[in-house]
Design a protein around this ligand. Structure first.
Ligand code: ADE
Length: 349
């Protein structure tokens, strides 16, 4: 018979384990919400070891919310230099300015109000709420998702927002009064025991008794992270129009992909040589010769260009309203994106 499991069973063993085993980290010596906020923002995209010294130095320079609101941007960025993701620092300052302008002495003690502030999303609101303010607001980060999906052999894609909200609600229900230790115990378990990449230290885990993944030795499978959403594929045909040693190019629009760069004339979809000839006739472009330059592919973050290229030796430029340039100018003056490299190489020395 299947026993209905109750997640509540993990709360005590987890918190007891944390209280014994927790690392001594600088932000664990304070209840000041300002300091906890700074630590959580630093920790969001940066490893604990790297954050420690930055955190201490930051708070020596800017020990209060007022100091942060007043600091010059250059000084702030210097304090942040090396941590990366600089918008985090700018948002901290924006946030401090907003609060001080509104005569608020500290961050709001409310999840929804916290979320309204610049740079504070569900994770930061959850961690600040539960660590600094005893609010029952779980903080769901990658560590916590790993722990949770392993406990439940949950094969849903963790990039799906529904999975986060689902665990937020589940953890909220089992949060003890000591919200701080509970939140930090889950993070700590993820950092010290429930390690990623198939090497968790299950023999030391205080909640292995509850873990389906441990029971079935399936830790390596979780968490499930589906591959990035597929890039959109755009098929294009690139025409290198050449006339008496000059080449036709055009400027790309000032906004969007490869803004304001130069490129060869191109059209959507793969165009066959037969259709290309028809097109040249329609445009009244006299040509001597067409060379098939083969296919090329270029991958951007959200789009892939799958290209087919032709070199067309034209007899005159009269009907071609493009910018005509020599090889030398093409090399020195115009920036042609790498996406066209294969075709560019065909004509440059
Ligand atoms: N990662 C994010 N927040 C943390 C915290 N408070 N302690 C340890 N690691 C963390």
């Amino acid at each position: 018979m299947m026993m209905k499991s109750n997640l509540q069973e993990i709360t005590k063993p987890l918190v007891n384990w944390f209280q014994k085993e927790k690392r001594d980290l600088p932000w664990r010596h304070t209840n000041d919400s300002y300091k906890i906020w700074i630590s959580e923002i630093m920790l969001q995209q940066t490893r604990v070891e790297a954050v420690k010294e930055y955190y201490k130095r930051f708070l020596i320079s800017l020990p209060t919310l007022e100091d942060l609101a007043k600091v010059k941007e250059d000084e702030l960025l210097k304090l942040w230099e090396g941590l990366g993701y600089y918008s985090r620092a700018k948002n901290l300052k924006k946030c401090a300015e907003l609060l001080i302008q509104n005569n608020q002495k500290e961050l709001p003690r409310d999840y929804t109000e916290l979320m309204k502030l610049p740079g504070i999303g569900p994770y930061a609101a959850g961690s600040i709420g539960s660590i600094a303010y005893q609010l029952k607001t779980p903080a769901i980060d990658g560590n916590v998702l790993r722990v949770m999906t392993r406990l439940h052999e949950d094969d849903r894609d963790i990039l799906n927002a529904k999975v986060k909200t689902d665990y937020f609600e589940k953890l909220q229900k089992i949060m003890p009064e000591n919200t701080r230790d509970f939140t930090e115990s889950l993070m700590e378990l993820g950092a010290l025991i429930c390690l990623p990449n198939g090497s968790p230290l299950c023999e030391k885990c205080p909640i292995s008794f509850y873990c389906k993944s441990y029971k079935n030795k399936t830790m390596q499978i979780y968490p499930v992270k589906k591959k990035e959403t597929k890039r959109k594929i755009e098929e294009k045909t690139i025409l290198i129009l050449e006339c008496n040693g000059l080449f036709a190019i055009q400027k790309r629009p000032a906004k969007g992909l490869l803004a304001s760069m130069y490129e060869f004339y191109n059209m959507p979809n793969y165009v066959s040589e037969h259709d290309l000839k028809k097109w040249l006739e329609e445009k009244k472009i006299a040509y001597q010769h067409i060379e098939d330059l083969g296919n090329a592919k270029h991958i951007f973050s959200h789009i892939e260009w799958h290209m087919k290229g032709y070199l067309i030796k034209c007899q005159n430029k009269d009907n071609i309203d493009l910018l005509w340039t020599s090889k030398e100018e093409l090399e020195k003056k115009y920036s042609i994106p790498n996406a066209y490299l294969k075709y560019l190489k065909r004509i440059l020395p």
